[in-house]
Design a protein around this ligand. Structure first.
Ligand code: C5P
Length: 231
């Protein structure tokens, strides 16, 4: 029985990156993006059980990368067609873990997550319905009208950009994931909200915790990693 469980979802195709190889398998400063993501959790929560969700087609590619880079792979779970299905498969694979265990669900494509953010989310989830790391929005924002051409300014101070890991007790996450799929489920907090858990709170995220989505993000990730003190 573990008090922390980490689900790293990495079964997406990464179509916005414009490459046949999904971005989570690309090289970032000498190691696959996913290896950095896994390292961040192993170092912040050394006792956590980690599940890595991959599309079945990418499992042999990942196993080869592990052999080539001396990476010890976490347990692998098969992903689904949507992020929601991928998280659901991981929850099913957990077996009889303690209901009170804290589950942190993280996007594999966020390799630069810091120990501070991981620990803050895990701690906050112990006495709330869940925790979401978030940061202020720095760009000005506009809301598109229904014609999707005209637009109007909105007050950015009332918005936050949401990150992962999002953390919840296992029993709440399990309960919320019994709901049928809805296209509004873009992250886990949206699933919890639909299930009626209203005390999901924001914790401070990090501007370094970027989600690699386009090649520009990879350049930024390289620069951030190179500026960090060597371990
Ligand atoms: O598409 P998006 O960037 O929102 O995906 C967020 C995370 O969910 C990524 O790490 C991606 O690999 C993962 N994902 C998944 N299974 C899917 C779709 C996305 O594990 N079917």
């Amino acid at each position: 029985m573990q008090s922390h469980i980490v689900i790293i979802v990495a079964a997406g195709s990464g179509s916005r990156y414009g490459s046949d190889l999904p971005k989570q398998f690309h090289n970032l400063c000498g190691r696959p993006v996913l290896a950095h993501t896994i390292d961040a959790f192993r170092s912040a929560l050394p006792d956590a059980r980690i599940l890595l969700v991959l599309s079945p087609a990418m499992v042999p590619v990942w196993r080869q990368m592990c052999a080539d880079n001396l990476i010890e792979s976490p347990e692998i779970v098969s992903g689904g067609k949507t992020r929601w299905e991928s998280v659901g498969n991981a929850i099913q694979a957990l077996g009889d873990e303690a209901a009170s265990a804290i589950v942190l669900v993280h996007d594999g494509a966020r390799p630069l997550v810091t120990a501070d953010v991981i620990k803050r989310a895990a701690a906050c989830a112990r006495n709330t319905d869940g925790a979401i790391p978030a940061i202020p929005v720095t760009d000005s924002l506009r809301r598109l009208d229904s014609d999707e051409v005209s637009s109007e300014p909105v007050d950015r101070s009332v918005f936050r950009a949401v990150q992962t890991p999002q953390a919840f007790s296992l029993w709440r996450l399990r309960d919320a994931y019994t709901l049928p799929y809805d296209s509004s489920f873009t992250d886990d907090a949206s699933v919890l909200a639909a299930a009626g858990y209203s005390n999901v709170v924001l914790v401070e995220g990090s501007p370094e915790n970027i989600k690699i989505t386009t090649p520009v993000d990879m350049l930024l990730a390289e620069a951030i990693l190179q500026a960090r003190p060597q371990q």
